[in-house]
Write a protein that binds this ligand. Structure first.
Ligand code: PMV
Length: 325
């Protein structure tokens, strides 16, 4: 029997930027995210006794090298949990445009956790799935759930995500401005490690980020896009400021990124709630209301083309289905 899981990616409103345990992927801070409808990964897994090694087919191509090794290491965790030795086929299709600069690792490892655990004969709860997805990628921990989710620090057993509100019935969207679709020079794993090890303000960032959690949850509960956006933008800028103060300094944002951040500020001066957040890359994601799309696009038209804009709404949690291969 094979199992297929669909998981959506998410954007962190309060970022995860640093691990306590590099191997277990436990975070230094609580992070809060919004799962997105537009971007997802479908992954099918089946175990096969006759296989000599795991086979990974990603978007129609057989993959080897470090990406395949990462998937095999993740499957080892599943095999250990299920007490099996068989190798597996993993067929994965990404519906996260690489150009969007949104972490496809979040949806990829959440979907892999869902499909592989079922195919291995495990029947995990969503909490157990979230904990398992964490072994693949930190942000995947949150992609098990729809809507708003929270991932807390802890040990291997206690660090997992929980939903805040899975069904988002108020107007909020994420308008992504694609500035550069090239793979980033410093991946998130190295970037956060370097910041944690060398940024003089890292401890301060941890304290600040953790102090923003309750206010962010309150803003979500109150459907308060102004409070939510203010906190998300401040948190993102604090993360990026920390990167520039690392030794040696590094930086993901470009002049274009700053132009978009300034446009958000100008729109706010006109009373339109638009807030910027950026991950480990130059692309800027604007937290906004669907009703303001036209005016936001009009302002952005001076610096980017319409094909550089991708809009996503809140999305659902993981779904696993079964079938014959
Ligand atoms: O899960 P990773 O290793 O792709 O790291 C994600 C890091 C950020 O996207 C910058 C923040 C986050 O919480 O998603």
């Amino acid at each position: 029997m094979h199992y297929t899981a669909r998981a959506h990616t998410n954007i962190a409103l309060l970022k995860y930027w640093g691990k306590v345990d590099e191997a277990l992927i436990t975070p230094t801070t609580t992070s809060i995210s919004l799962t997105l409808d537009e971007f997802y990964t479908d992954t099918t897994v089946w175990f096969d006794k006759s296989l000599q090694s795991d086979q990974l087919i990603l978007d129609g191509e057989t993959i080897s090298g470090s990406a395949a090794q990462k998937v095999s290491r993740f499957l080892d965790v599943v095999r250990e949990m299920a007490d099996i030795n068989d190798k597996a086929y993993v067929v994965s299709n990404n519906h996260v445009p690489t150009a969007a600069g949104l972490a496809s690792s979040a949806s990829a490892f959440a979907a892999l956790a869902g499909a592989a655990s079922k195919a291995a004969g495990l029947n995990l709860s969503v909490t157990e799935l979230s904990r398992l997805a964490r072994h693949g990628s930190g942000s995947a921990t949150r992609s098990i759930f729809g809507g708003f989710a929270k991932w807390v620090p802890g040990d291997d057993r206690t660090s997992f995500a929980t939903p805040i509100f899975e069904k988002v019935d108020w107007p909020i969207q994420l308008l992504t401005v694609v500035i550069n679709d090239q793979p980033k020079k410093i991946g998130s794993r190295l970037g956060m490690q370097h910041a944690k090890n060398t940024a003089p303000f890292y401890d301060m960032w941890v304290r600040l980020a953790n102090s923003q959690v309750n206010d962010m949850i309150l803003a979500i509960q109150q459907h308060d896009i102004v409070k939510l956006g203010e906190l998300a933008e401040a948190n993102a800028l604090q993360m990026h400021a920390m990167n520039t103060t690392s030794v040696p300094s590094f930086n993901y944002l470009t002049d274009k990124s700053w132009q978009v951040i300034m446009i958000a500020q100008e729109l706010r001066e006109q009373g339109i709630p638009v807030y910027a957040t950026m991950d480990a890359g130059p692309n800027v994601k604007l937290i906004s209301r669907p009703e303001d799309t036209f005016i936001i696009k009009k302002e952005l038209a001076n610096i980017v083309t319409s094909s550089q804009i991708i809009i996503a709404s809140p999305g659902p949690g993981i779904k696993v289905t079964s079938g014959d291969k």
